[in-house]
Design a protein around this ligand. Sequence first.
Ligand SMILES: Cc1cc2nc3c(=O)[nH]c(=O)nc-3n(C[C@H](O)[C@H](O)[C@H](O)COP(=O)(O)O)c2cc1C
Length: 339
Amino acid sequence: MKRVRGTYEVFVRPLLFSLDAETAHHLTIALLQKASLFDPALRVLKSFQLPSKPKTLFGLNFPNPVGLAAGLDKNGVALPVWTALGFGFIEIGTVTAKAQPGNPKPRIFRLPEQQALINRLGFNNDGADAIAQRLRALRASDRWPAVPVGINIGKSRITPLEQATDDYLYSFRVLRDFADYITVNVSSPNTPGLRGLQQPEKLSELLHAIGGEEGTTPKPLVLKISPDLSDAELKAILAVCEENGVSGIIATNTTLDHSSILPQLDQAGGLSGAPLRVKSTALVREIVAQSKIPVIASGGIFDAESAREKFQAGAQLVQLYTGLIYRGPQLLREIMDSL
Ligand SMILES: Cc1cc2nc3c(=O)[nH]c(=O)nc-3n(C[C@H](O)[C@H](O)[C@H](O)COP(=O)(O)O)c2cc1C
């Protein structure tokens, strides 16, 4: 299908791409944060509202199945704008128990020829307490999103791996009241040792502890996994998820497989965007073949066709990140029109 270049691709992207990737990101988020507080701006965005394609999953009502992936709004500063743009759900984070600056810059790299990004941000975020305070203020206003909000939690860098469970539990306790679902992120490649938490015993301990914390209104727990798992690793993870009543799996996070990237363009970090598409769709297909746990697909969605591929593989919902950087909000419209 032919891709239509919207205003974003023609006018906004060249401006943003003339800046360093992280500067462009901060500028965009700052503007969206301002717009989130400005009702006329929200009304203009809402006037382009997309048709409703409702879906119910793990007890939540999604007005449509296309969501914002974690990492774009790590600190939860622009929730009203994402809703106004028409996303069917929003995932903020990754949030860690302690505020942290992340890795040294530069740490986000564009690969326009490959329609890809490489990042090694390392969970830069304001920390669970500050983000909870921000969400509390938003909830007290009349701007809280009408769509499900997921909060993605990860391990603080300074916390030793052996104490990871307590670190996740801290964020879970502080943030759960604001979340419609909680994503347990054990798959970022940029926090040393984090992916080791996908090992069955460690994962079981973590999910059991968080599951055991559930209060009177249990929140669906979703696990976000790496695309770089072997068949045996995936099988073991699915068994642990079933034992622990995990509600959903996000497949996938960024990849450490850089084989499609020319050495002179390569950088250390997680690769996202078009080169991840096939690999992450294959994982969605595998999970659906082996388990009844619903899948949220993330990885390389750039147009209606790549979104359809995820649904055909059996995904219930999809999430966008790198495609949005390259194609802007037009991408959401294009996918919605094709559903
Ligand atoms: C710059 C950047 C930052 C990201 N930060 C996070 C994060 O904090 N937590 C997380 O779970 N995923 C994070 N991701 C992964 C995305 O949520 C998504 O799963 C991945 O990029 C694959 O989707 P895509 O190809 O559509 O980008 C990040 C991705 C990028 C490009």
